[in-house]
Design a protein around this ligand. Structure first.
Ligand code: GDP
Length: 551
């Protein structure tokens, strides 16, 4: 019996035609207290399965979707393509530009794009469709490169968190006059987790007095090692503003692509991923997709997420109407019935009936997912799931209030490594927990530790949706203790803290005799006298105590 991750006893009862109450009772006798609608973890299902004589397998939503598509002869994983290497042809690389704010990501993307438009016959028309393709013809080979037009690792990892692998190569932009900064490191960690090679573009070399070699040295300690220092990362010194060495950067990308030996099937039905979509007052639903396999033609019927329709019109990144699109080409489509989300896969199907069926199946699954009760994976679950062979793995992401505490935590956690467990800190930084952190945790199956910091609302919501465990601490010893307990399988997954509500401070009053008074308004839940409170500023805890007076 195959059960969805996060399914409840009621779901299972439904599948085997049993009474949920009987299953609750059966588990109760095995010493597990579970209600019928509560989500059940893999272990508990296993115990129940053994007891009832079923072999229960837990499947992820992504696996389920892939199997659904197989029923319609769509091979998203490319397993059939791999069996027929003859059908595979080299395709252009897809590149995402990442790096610290203001280091020149947007300028670089614009500069590369402009030089393409200037040499083209399109007459300088540019249309921002979320991705664009250029042709490197300095050496007469006219090889194409596709750039994703949304700079930054947030978009990169958000797509990956939805299961889409879009990027082949990351270009890390580092300003020569500013060096390695917080988001530079974040970008490196995102690329590492995605296992995507990094090419470093040392930007702003036109600025007087800047020292590009400094960037090289600084990156050493983040294991981005230049070729001439014995590593494998290519470095290119550029200026987005003065358009210096843009062709060298393109050459580096093409060289890296050659090493990756990127290939796709060009014939047959197409599939790929949604880059962005919007609803236009005149044109209707406008969707940009990146074709990854096969050939997409005007008139084809496609499904993207839950949206579907016949492709009525197709435009390329220069605004030109086109009839067909091949792998690594970004195209804008008209004709879908609704707007899919970025990162959704798109597939071409035989007939509209198939499209309807896939779409309605996905609708149903989405609804089920939403109605599923809090299925947050416990600390212990993450640990089990990441286990490979006898060595156990645990990925940890640390956010803290100060650089010192993040470093200290990092050090203490790594000390717990031994022959049986491999703990990896995939990212550590100061500041509140953001959506980007949660997405990184999703793709690397990590737990998040907030040390004197909190998650913002978006991050909290995403973590709930994606079942990412965020743990809050203010004492290093407690973190180490919890992880130790987890390692010995003794961690109690229940949280000892119950969230009541949140208020926003609007003004501070001073009253002689009573000191400072915070005037505020409740923005979520309730606020209770004598309750435990934390005072947060930019999601960093500045005070921890009890609410003494409430008026
Ligand atoms: P992003 O935040 O990484 O996308 O950075 P932007 O592309 O917005 O660039 C930030 C600032 O740096 C802008 O004022 C740009 O004009 C400037 N800038 C970008 N590239 C260069 C460059 O090569 N040389 C110089 N001098 N300035 C640059």
């Amino acid at each position: 019996i195959r059960m969805r991750r996060g399914a409840s006893l009621a779901d299972f009862a439904d599948k085997i035609g049993a009474d949920p109450a009987a299953l609750v009772a059966a588990l109760f006798h095995l010493g597990e207290m579970v209600t019928a609608t509560q989500s059940v973890d893999a272990d508990t299902f296993e115990i129940l399965g053994v007891q009832l004589g079923y072999n229960i397998e837990i499947v992820s939503p992504e696996d389920e979707d892939r199997e659904l598509l197989q029923d319609f002869d769509i091979d998203l994983a490319g397993e059939l393509d791999d069996l027929d290497p003859e059908s595979l042809v080299a395709r252009p690389p897809v590149v995402t530009v990442m790096g610290h704010v203001d280091h020149g990501k947007t300028s670089l993307l614009d500069a590369i794009r402009k030089s393409e438009v200037m040499k083209g016959e399109a007459g300088g028309i540019t249309q921002h469709i979320g991705a664009y393709q250029i042709h490197h013809d300095h050496d007469g080979t006219n090889r194409a490169i596709t750039f994703i037009d949304t700079p930054g690792h947030e978009a990169f990892t958000a797509m990956r968190a939805r299961g889409a692998k879009v990027t082949d190569i990351a270009v890390l932009v580092v300003a020569a006059d500013d060096g390695v900064k917080e988001q530079t490191i974040e970008a490196i960690n995102h690329a590492k987790v995605a296992n995507v090679p990094v090419i470093v573009a040392v930007n702003k070399i036109d600025k007087p007095g800047c020292d590009p070699s400094r960037v090289k040295n600084e990156l050493l300690s983040h294991s981005i090692i230049a070729e001439e220092l014995g590593g494998e990362s290519m470095f290119v010194e550029v200026s987005a503003k003065q358009k210096i060495n843009l062709d060298k950067l393109e050459e580096a990308i093409l060289l890296q692509a050659e090493m990756l030996d990127l290939k796709s099937r060009y014939q047959g039905k197409s599939s790929g991923v949604v880059i962005e979509s919007r609803v236009d007052n005149n044109k209707g639903v406008v969707v940009t997709v990146l074709v990854q396999k096969g050939t997409l033609d005007v008139g084809d019927i496609v499904v993207a997420g839950t949206a579907f329709g016949r492709v009525r019109k197709m435009t390329d990144d220069k605004g030109k109407n086109i009839k067909t699109a091949t792998p690594s080409m970004p195209v804008e489509l008209l004709g879908l019935d609704s707007a899919p989300s970025s990162g959704d896969n798109f597939v071409e199907v035989n007939e509209e009936k198939d499209a309807r069926e896939i779409s309605s199946y996905r609708f149903r699954k989405l609804k089920e997912e939403k109605s599923m009760k809090n299925s947050a994976r416990s600390f212990a679950d993450v640990f089990k799931e990441s286990g490979k062979g006898s060595l156990k793995y645990l990925n940890v992401l640390i956010k803290g209030d100060a650089h010192g505490s993040v470093e200290a935590l990092h050090g203490s956690i790594l000390k717990l490594n031994n022959e049986e467990v491999a703990i990896k800190v995939i990212h550590g930084a100061t500041g509140g927990i953001t959506q980007s952190d949660v997405n990184l945790a999703v793709v690397s199956n990590a737990i998040i530790i907030g040390f004197n910091v909190r998650a913002n609302n978006d991050a909290k919501e995403l973590a709930e949706n994606k079942s990412i465990d965020i743990r809050y601490y203010s004492i290093i010893y407690n973190v180490v203790d919890d992880i130790k307990m987890l390692l010995s399988g003794m961690l109690n997954p229940t949280k000892n803290e119950q969230y009541l509500g949140k208020a926003e401070i609007r003004q501070i009053f001073k009253i002689s005799g009573s000191g400072k008074i915070a005037g505020g308004s409740v923005i979520d839940g309730i606020v209770k006298k004598n309750g435990r409170v934390r005072l947060l500023r930019d999601n960093v805890i500045v005070h921890d105590g009890t609410l003494k007076t409430l008026k």
